[in-house]
Design a protein around this ligand. Structure first.
Ligand SMILES: N=c1c2ncn([C@@H]3O[C@H](COP(=O)(O)OP(=O)(O)OP(=O)(O)O)[C@@H](O)[C@H]3O)c2ncn1[C@@H]1O[C@H](COP(=O)(O)O)[C@@H](O)[C@H]1O
Length: 104
């Protein structure tokens, strides 16, 4: 099974666990605004890592970012397959062409 599919399954199981023993459950108990803020913090940490030397920090921060995005998607009951389907829909469409086709 794909890593992200496995993680999605784990997160859906853990979000109803005891917040004292599960970080996923703790994030869910804190509510969407806190979860969204946490995702933003992880994004900033990834940006900082991207601008520093070396790649190891960015790998770790990217994993944190993906994990917290998955937690937020799960809290909103959005399956990972919806995100994958949207990426599939975009496949082959240049970002530049898509942007140019937007109304001003
Ligand atoms: N993949 C992850 C994962 N990646 C990162 N993290 C946690 O995300 C947090 C990252 O926050 P920070 O970097 O800001 O570190 P921090 O300063 O300690 O966090 P704060 O105190 O600011 O909240 C850390 O506590 C990490 O341990 C994760 N926690 C859990 N998982 C997965 O989720 C599963 C379920 O976890 P529990 O719900 O805790 O059982 C685990 O088995 C893993 O598979």
């Amino acid at each position: 099974m794909h890593t992200l599919t496995r993680l999605e399954h784990i997160i859906s199981q853990r979000k109803v666990a005891d917040p004292d023993s599960s970080y996923v459950a703790k994030l869910n108990s804190l509510g969407l605004p806190i979860m969204a803020r946490k995702l933003g913090e992880e994004a900033v940490e990834a940006v900082v890592a991207a601008l520093s030397d070396g790649k190891d920090d960015l790998v770790e921060e990217a994993a944190d970012l993906v994990f917290h995005l998955m937690v937020l998607l799960s809290a909103k009951d959005i399956p990972l397959s919806d995100v994958m389907a949207e990426l599939d829909r975009r496949e082959g469409v240049s970002g530049l062409d898509e942007k140019a086709s937007r109304g001003s």
